[in-house]
Write a new protein. Sequence first.
Length: 85
Amino acid sequence: MWVFNAEGTVDLIAAITLATVYGAAAHMGPAYWIPAFWVPALLVTHYITFIVLLRYWKERPNPASESGRGKERRIEERRAARRER
């Protein structure tokens, strides 16, 4: 997932750069809404995906078990059970 997200981000930045360098806006006609709306929206989507990936990567759950939060909950339940004894 990291590779695809990084490649997509670089592709969008390259598209913005090339369109600016070659003055593509004058030749786009009514398709100007693609770089005006979709490219920024896709950049925001890539940013959000990077944040989600970083959070998941920092938790580093065991792939053979449940998610990181489920594991934390199970550990807390065990600690609470030990305190009650």
